[in-house]
Design a protein around this ligand. Structure first.
Ligand code: PGA
Length: 247
């Protein structure tokens, strides 16, 4: 079955307070376009609050989870605990985790296995840096990131997998890949996933990096772009609502 919806995933990163979250949901009064799924990734401490305040259709998720199921791992976030608490998804492999927290492809691969086994949906982020893009290595980097994380997942678990293509040079910089560039890269990602043995036609691929209300429509119009992972523009209810009414 083809992908039915477009996904607008807000990545709030380490932002918001209990007060501003209350205000966000009070102001989120415009219903989403019927074809759009609204997902929001909040800080771990805010997940339950979001779950309580969000409209029914909004799915709440985390921004990280551990590669271990449980045990003596002080400070880690357990995927099983997230799932048990009723949260829907986790973002893994975000470039901030890769760069600032030194997460390797091997670590991300372990996290992915454990999170999928817990029952969570997983958004796996991939993307090249400015230097890698400049050196013409985008496809090589993406292949490596995809292969190392997705080589071992079962077809059943892949039903809960989404990919986010986020060129690192476009995150928080105001620079976006043009819709044509993004479409070409998404197509490459889909082809690569097929080669790995996954049924890529049913795996949503989201674009991320400076997505805003004024560029969302051209991105969503591309056949291989199934939604967006949005940082800055997801923090205000008005902007997030605009993103979720685009088609
Ligand atoms: P941005 O962040 O929309 O602020 O560029 C995207 C992300 O990091 O997921």
């Amino acid at each position: 079955m083809a992908i039915q919806h477009k996904y607008i995933v807000g990545n709030w990163k380490m932002n918001h307070s209990k007060k501003s979250i209350r205000e966000f949901f009070e102001q989120l009064t415009t219903p989403a376009h019927p074809n759009i799924q609204r997902w929001i990734a909040a800080q771990a401490l805010h997940l339950d609050l979001c779950q309580g305040l969000a409209p029914q259709d909004v799915k709440i998720g985390a921004q990280n989870s551990s590669w271990e199921k449980n045990g003596a791992f002080t400070g880690e976030i357990s995927a099983d605990a997230l799932f048990e608490a009723g949260h829907h998804f986790v973002i893994l492999g975000h470039s901030e985790r890769r760069t600032i927290f030194h997460e390797s492809d091997a670590t991300i691969s372990k996290k992915l296995q454990v999170a999928l086994a817990s029952g969570l949906h997983v958004i796996l982020c991939v993307g090249e840096t400015l230097e890698e893009q400049g050196a013409g290595q985008t496809e090589q980097i993406l292949s490596l990131q995809l292969q190392s994380s997705l080589g071992h997942i079962s077809a059943k678990n892949a039903e809960r997998l989404l990919i986010a293509y986020e060129p690192v040079w476009a995150i928080g910089t105001g620079k976006t890949a043009t819709a044509e560039m993004a479409q070409a890269t998404h197509h490459y990602i889909r082809t690569s996933m097929n080669k790995i043995g996954l049924h890529a036609a049913v795996i949503p691929i989201l674009y991320g990096g400076s997505v805003k209300p004024d560029n969302i429509a051209s991105l969503l119009a591309c056949p291989d772009i199934n939604g967006a992972l949005v940082g800055g523009a997801s923090l205000k209810a008005q902007d997030y609502s605009k993103l979720c009414s685009a088609q």
